[in-house]
Design a protein around this ligand. Structure first.
Ligand code: 2DT
Length: 212
């Protein structure tokens, strides 16, 4: 039909190791889509602004200690507390660019030795991204960029494990982009991928739940 009522925003997620460029590429995508006149917001997980987010933040900065399972479930709860707002935004036509999501959740916890299936379970029923942009970089290369802070996971040895854990999470919604290219080249590739995805969602591609 010519009716546009089914038009919705796209759920676009950026994933990758620390220092892979997710945060700067996310904000470039925001600027790009805004420039084209789209309704778009930049989100990130963990969302440190909530009560749960503050517990996570305190854990990441080594101010509190938590059992691996407990922190995993807090990261998941932090997405669940945003799920309904996320759905409303998408259904009313706003595209969300999200810096980290459930894949970080599973990759980082399974890198600590928790089972994949156990890690995925609390993510079931969250909204499935329409597109996952994985900024691919070797852990050694990312470490060379410097700027690892003092947070819990920012160590080369651990990032190597995370990189391996990300490998098994790829599905049809993933696009792998070489994060060692010049920034503007990466930006161009991401713009094309995102625009195609936004168009598909406008045309009525249905929203789905994880893991699908
Ligand atoms: P940044 O805020 O710098 O991205 O770091 N993490 C993130 C998890 O372990 N599980 C999750 O579900 C998410 C979203 C990745 C946040 C750190 O927290 C890790 C790095």
């Amino acid at each position: 039909s010519g009716c546009n009522s089914e038009s919705r925003g796209a759920l676009v997620v950026l994933e990758g190791l620390d220092r892979s460029g997710k945060t700067s590429q996310s904000s470039r995508l925001l600027t790009y889509l805004e420039g084209l006149g789209h309704s778009v917001e930049l989100w990130r997980f963990p969302d440190r602004s909530t009560n749960v987010g503050q517990m996570i933040s305190s854990y990441l900065s080594n101010k509190s200690q938590l059992d691996d399972h407990t922190i995993h479930l807090l990261f998941s709860a932090n997405r669940w507390e945003k799920r309904s707002l996320m759905e409303t935004k998408l259904k009313t036509g706003t595209t969300l660019i999200v810096d980290r999501y459930s894949y970080s959740g599973v990759a980082f916890s399974s890198a600590k030795g928790l089972g994949d299936e156990w890690c995925k379970a609390p993510e079931i029923g969250l909204l499935a991204p329409d597109l996952v942009l994985y900024l691919d970089i070797q852990p050694e290369k990312a470490a060379e960029r410097g700027g690892y802070g003092d947070e819990k996971y920012e160590q080369l040895e651990f990032q190597r494990k995370v990189a391996q854990c990300y490998q098994v999470l790829h599905d049809a919604s993933w696009k792998i982009v070489d994060a060692c290219q010049p920034i503007e080249d990466i930006e161009k590739q991401l713009q094309e991928l995102v625009l195609e995805c936004v168009m598909a969602c406008q045309k009525g591609k249905p929203l789905a739940n994880l893991w699908s």
